[in-house]
Ligand binder design. Structure first.
Ligand SMILES: C[S@@+](CC[C@H](N)C(=O)[O-])C[C@H]1O[C@@H](n2cnc3c(N)ncnc32)[C@H](O)[C@@H]1O
Length: 376
């Protein structure tokens, strides 16, 4: 399969395992590309004419219009089935190698950056209540001492899940966020030399964190997540890729960093996996963590103005175990920033331009990113 990573922590696959994984990815690409245009056509015929040009219909309306359509049922069944199949295919392959992966990860400790785990950190209910996007055990399940399973599995499944759209190292979101920031804030950060202390919230295994090491080589970079198994793997992966990041197990709603610790706090695809209550707590925590003049930038696949993408997110909230992904499309992000303590005239909503996905076509969806940015 194209697009595999070649770092020393990346799990192997036998010929047959690789072949099965490539098959799932190809089936997902086929299902989404061939049927995307059909679903779009149904929306255009059945729903959009009832709304003024450019207005995005409510989620429920699009769902009701499409759910009984045979075309959409086929697509829906394929997307759910291939999602389960990708975990069924990758999981046993990682389990087979787990003892070796754990030893490899341990051998990376103390080499660069740091790894600080804290087993008193509680897994928030919005993560523990479901197997997030059908990932068995979600991000945080621990099966064995020093477990790295969830992280190693994520490194392989995320490239299948995203159908190759995020680049070989799955770092599209990190590069996209910084490209957006540089376009809108030419002199962002400490003394205009760029941010000196950066925090990435909900880093999982650091796919989006590592671009910051290259783009801001003088900065001290921290990354947090609640999932220890992803952090163990993420730290080892960063060392294997020769990047220095300080990983720690912390809840983004209330971290142990001091007030004003950072001049850039970012997240990539975390907002939709939280909750209405948590997102407000996280934005408040960002306000506390920022130094005066610092920037908070959250980026996520939230597309409230694009009918098909919004329909797809709503579909995932119901059929792909991502409960908040529908509701988050309707959130008032400016209001949430204001409640968190930011001045509304220093809040910007924007759209990230994906760096690796290429151009959309009738058959090929390119999923957009909402950027929520606030300056303290
Ligand atoms: C979709 S993944 C993020 C992907 C990652 N940022 C990337 O770009 O590859 C969501 C992550 O957010 C983490 N997460 C969710 N809520 C959190 C919280 N309150 N504190 C810390 N991490 C959280 C989850 O454990 C999971 O690893």
């Amino acid at each position: 399969m194209r697009n595999n990573s070649d770092h020393a922590m990346f799990a192997d696959a036998t010929h047959d395992e690789q072949s099965a994984q490539s098959f799932i990815k190809t089936l997902r690409v086929f299902s989404s590309r061939s049927f995307h245009s059909g679903n779009n056509a149904l929306l255009k015929k059945k729903v959009l004419p009832h709304y003024p040009d450019g207005e995005c219909p409510p989620r429920r309306e699009m769902r009701t219009a499409l759910e009984d359509e045979p075309h959409n049922k086929w697509w829906s069944s394929m997307m759910r089935t291939t999602q389960e199949m990708l975990y069924d295919t990758v999981g046993p392959s990682i389990e087979r190698q787990l003892p070796n992966l754990i030893e490899r990860a341990k051998s990376m400790r103390g080499k660069s950056g740091s790894l600080t785990l804290d087993d008193s950190v509680e897994i928030p209910p919005y993560l523990s209540a479901v197997d997030m996007h059908c990932k068995p055990g979600s991000y945080q399940q621990e099966m064995i001492e020093d477990d790295v399973f969830a992280g190693a599995e994520f490194d392989r499944t995320f490239r299948l899940y995203s159908m190759g759209g995020l680049g070989p190292n799955l770092d599209d979101m990190g590069f996209t966020l910084v490209a957006w920031m540089r376009k809108h804030f030419q002199d962002a950060g400490a003394s205009n030399n760029g941010p000196q202390r950066i925090l990435d919230m909900g880093c999982t295994v650091g796919h989006s964190t590592l671009p910051y090491c290259d783009l801001f080589p003088d900065a001290e970079i921290h990354a947090i997540d609640v999932a220890a198994t992803c952090l163990r793997y993420g730290h080892a992966r960063a060392v294997a890729m020769d990047k220095e990041v300080h990983f720690s197990q912390q809840d983004a709603e209330h971290t142990n960093f001091e007030d004003g610790s950072f001049d850039l706090v970012v997240s990539h695809a975390i907002m939709h996996e939280t909750s209405r209550r948590a997102i407000r707590a996280i934005f408040k925590e960002c306000h506390r963590l920022l130094a005066p003049g610092g920037l908070m930038i959250h980026m996520d696949g939230i597309t409230p103005d694009k009918p098909f993408d919004k329909y797809y997110s709503d579909w995932m909230s119901i059929n792909n175990n991502e409960p908040y992904l529908g509701t988050v499309q309707d959130e008032d992000f400016v209001g949430i920033c204001e409640q968190a303590g930011f001045d509304t005239d220093k809040v910007q909503l924007g759209e990230g331009e994906p760096q690796f996905q290429g151009k959309p076509t009738d058959d090929k969806p390119v999923y957009g990113y909402l950027v929520v940015c606030a300056e303290k």
